[in-house]
Unconditional design. Structure first.
Length: 277
């Protein structure tokens, strides 16, 4: 059994007798470390996340219009593409006691594929058309995070398709914390604390499995993001309740043990229709 993890891939032989029902153990190909995680909550879809900054001198509405209506149809022609969303920043207020990180964006793209290989083939299938269009509306120096998506709280069916409040956070490791320690705390402890906080109706933990800058993979030190959080709230009242609760204070205190920097944004999501859809 191969399950995507934040370092590369976990290669597991099945369920461990010491693990709880539905949990699996595997060893990381990069480190050899053994990690236990809930296999029912691992999404094997690969997400290519482009960190977008609008072109100098361009207004937010002009940036949004070009990205959605011109660039979107170009990128949607990628081979192997399963899903394509454009997330536009609507609020950049920092809502966390942990200091800001290095991720400064006006939006981010999210293109989902079945595998890393499918993603590489998809990008190559455009023959540079997508990359050549980026300078028309955005900073051409567009860094990429490749994510393994993990669903912790599934959005209820009755809320799917409705306009929800979405918060996204880009997480960097605390000083002295390794990738192994980060994922152990985040996936095995912190997720359970977040599930006790009232107000949230959806929660994903997306682990970074590659960082791309200038078309090549770069180490953590050059793009210091270890994970991406996606959270959804039904109303502004629920959003405020989440941040005001003692349960959030407890989860926030724990996060400072392994997270050293965080950038948070509220975004609006625009699904892009695929040619084959």
């Amino acid at each position: 059994m191969i399950i995507v993890c934040g370092y590369a891939e976990f290669v597991g032989g099945g369920y461990s007798g010491d693990a709880h029902a539905g949990e699996a153990q595997g060893s990381c190909r990069n480190t050899g470390a053994i990690c236990t995680f809930d296999s029912r909550r691992v999404i094997t879809m690969i997400s290519r996340c482009g960190l977008m900054q609008k072109k100098d001198g361009m207004g937010m509405e002009e940036f949004k219009d070009y990205w959605l209506n011109v660039h979107g149809p170009i990128a949607s022609k990628m081979a192997n593409l399963r899903k394509y969303d454009q997330h536009v920043v609507v609020d950049a207020e920092h809502r966390h006691a942990i200091g800001r990180g290095s991720v400064v964006i006006d939006g981010y793209s999210e293109l989902q594929f079945d595998s890393y290989g499918d993603m590489v083939e998809g990008v190559e299938s455009l023959h540079g058309e997508g990359a050549n269009d980026v300078p028309m509306f955005a900073n051409p120096h567009c860094q990429i995070l490749v994510l393994a998506k993990r669903e912790v709280i599934r959005i209820p069916e009755y809320l799917r398709g409705r306009k929800l409040i979405k918060r996204v956070s880009f997480l960097g490791r605390a000083d002295g914390v390794t990738s192994e320690q980060f994922v152990k705390e985040w996936w095995n402890v912190h997720d359970r604390l977040v599930q006790t906080v009232p107000g949230c109706v959806g929660y994903n933990q997306d682990l970074v499995i590659d960082r791309i800058d200038g078309g090549v993979s770069v180490p953590y030190e050059e793009l210091p993001v270890e994970g991406v959080v996606e959270m959804w709230f039904e109303t502004k009242e629920a959003f405020d309740e989440y941040y005001a609760s003692p349960e959030f204070a407890r989860a926030s205190a724990h996060s400072s043990e392994f997270i050293g920097a965080i950038n948070t944004y509220l975004t609006e999501t625009y699904p892009v229709a695929l040619p084959s859809a």
